[in-house]
Design a protein around this ligand. Structure first.
Ligand code: AP5
Ligand code: MG
Length: 220
């Protein structure tokens, strides 16, 4: 968890493969549906571009489908150990739905990582972010630039600015985080599974601190 621009996607891309966790990033799932112009994509396009939240029922439904696929793959392969959520849950209704979905699968959340970054830094990060339109990899024009300007290091795709990284949408998204999502931190704190990491450090240091916190919890 963390506000928009805190580095959830950046860290999930690094941590997922190391821990054999499959990333479940609702924003990525919605963006790929928009790119394909599927029925879901057409339903959510204007909501996402304006920086509003997709309705809970729709979001919970795509997570449920994804988790069923991951559970099936986990039975078949040692390379799949579980799921890593990025951008989900964001409302109390989503958090409760996730608890129910996991309980029905006989499992639960092991840990919730909060990436904490001061508000003024978030704006700089979001306005300088560039995203690969092909594979979704995330860069920043100053703190994490690609080797060749405008081109993705990983797949050679074109780097674009997300529609919701324009000033009006950024303001709406940050307000939604404060109103709808931040209260969930208390929900997880009370369950004893919240770990807060200082996200105002370089990307590698944040990754190392998250991995150390997860290791500590696993061996406790
Ligand atoms: P989503 O795609 O999840 O976007 P978000 O929550 O707005 O978060 P961001 O992706 O903007 O930030 P991030 O924390 O991933 O930061 P990043 O790693 O890119 O959701 C998009 C939309 O989909 C929502 O607005 C909503 O409409 C819909 N949606 C998604 N999930 C939903 C849900 N559950 N319910 C309802 N609707 C939902 O990093 C940002 C920048 O900073 C990058 O340029 C990066 O290179 C740079 N950076 C990262 N770490 C550092 C660092 N340590 N130091 C310096 N720079 C850094
Ligand atoms: Mg992201």
């Amino acid at each position: 968890m963390g506000a928009q621009g805190s580095g959830k996607g950046t860290q999930a891309e690094r941590i997922g493969p190391q821990l054999k966790l499959v990333k479940v990033a609702t924003g990525d799932l919605f963006r790929s549906a928009i790119a394909q112009q599927s029925e879901l994509g057409l339903q959510v396009q204007s909501i996402i571009e304006s920086g509003n939240l997709v309705p809970d029922e729709l979001t919970n439904a795509i997570v449920q489908v994804r988790l069923a696929q991951i559970a099936a793959n986990r039975e078949k392969s040692d390379e799949v150990q579980g799921a890593l959520f990025d951008g989900f849950p964001r409302t109390e209704a989503q958090a409760r739905a996730l608890d129910d979905i996991l309980a029905a699968q006989g499992t639960k959340l092991d840990a919730v990582i909060e990436i904490d970054v001061p508000r003024e830094k978030l704006i700089t990060r979001l306005s300088g972010r560039r995203t690969c339109e092909n594979c979704g990899a995330v860069y920043h024009v100053e703190s994490d630039p690609p080797q060749v300007d405008g081109i993705c290091d990983k797949c050679g795709g074109k780097l674009i600015q997300r529609e919701d990284d324009k000033p009006d949408s950024i303001a709406r998204r940050l307000a939604l985080y404060d109103n709808q999502t931040r209260p969930l931190l208390d929900y997880y704190r009370e369950k004893g599974i919240l770990v807060t990491v200082d996200g105002d450090q370089n990307i590698d240091t944040v990754t190392a601190e998250i991995l150390a916190a997860l290791n500590e919890r696993a061996s406790a």
